[in-house]
Design a protein around this ligand. Structure first.
Ligand code: ATP
Length: 237
């Protein structure tokens, strides 16, 4: 069964003083299986964030429908900018989507423990590095054990070692709380390392130009030569 069915008959941004209007999607269809980790690749400005916003329900100004396999899916969205509330502590930020009171607080503490930031629970976001802020954003996203997890370039602007640690953390979090993931990235290597399916978007209106399952074992994903081989077949497809 599909966890997400995306049917966009049309998504158009209206003309503005600075430029003409633009049809971003027309007759666009994508089915996403339950538990899939779908990496969305495509040129800048093509419509990837627009697509996530539509799936998230943040953008309802389109013709079409988004259907979920579960009646009321728990949905989490991790943005490129971690979007932590600066006037709340790290713990309070993670507890935001949880029920108020002791139960929510304890669950938030456990999440912080899991992402390795328990000792920063009382700190404010401004004290944290970008990598630490992104860990907090991951903790907040996973705190609700989402059925659907939307991620918009969540590891961009980190050095390679920092991004690798976060990819590793994401894999561990997903192993404990499986979710259907839609993950936007510009980084083909990151896509091959994480995804079970890679969808490459192109054109205006957007269409799918490649749709590749990635069948790698965890050991193969940890082998650079293996990742390079898949990346080349993605380029050649
Ligand atoms: N609110 C808006 N009003 C008008 N045009 C918009 C709006 N938001 C996005 N666009 C335009 O729609 C197109 C798709 O934008 P979107 O942010 O979805 O692309 P993207 O693929 O996520 O880009 P990037 O990879 O650079 O983040 C772009 O041309 C953008 O300028």
């Amino acid at each position: 069964m599909s966890a997400i069915t995306i049917e966009i008959d049309e998504k158009r941004y209206p003309a503005q003083a600075a430029g003409p209007g633009r049809v971003v999607f027309r007759r666009f269809h994508l089915d996403i299986a339950e538990g899939a980790f779908v990496a969305l690749l495509g040129e800048s400005g093509i419509g990837k964030t627009t697509l996530l916003n539509i799936v998230a329900g943040l953008d309802r100004d389109f013709r079409g429908a988004i259907r979920f396999g579960t009646a009321a899916p728990r949905l989490a969205y991790a943005f490129q900018n971690p979007r932590l509330l600066p006037w709340r502590t790290v713990l309070q930020n993670v507890a935001l989507p949880l029920p108020a009171g002791d139960v929510g607080r304890r669950a938030a503490e456990a999440m912080l423990q899991e992402v390795g930031l328990a000792d920063l629970a009382g700190a404010y976001p401004e004290r944290l590095s970008l990598g630490q802020q992104r860990r907090v954003a991951l903790a907040r996203a996973f705190a609700i054990a989402p059925d659907v997890l939307l991620m918009d370039e969540p590891f961009v602007s980190l050095d390679e070692a920092g991004a690798a640690r976060l990819r590793d953390l994401l894999r561990r979090l997903l192993a404990r709380r499986p979710s259907t993931v839609l993950f936007v990235t510009h980084d083909r290597r990151e896509a091959v390392e994480l995804a079970s399916r890679i969808v490459v978007l192109d054109g205006a209106p957007v269409r799918v130009i490649r749709d590749m399952p990635i069948n790698l074992t965890p050991e193969e994903r940890a082998t650079p030569a293996c990742l390079d081989a898949v990346r080349h077949s993605l380029d050649a497809a």
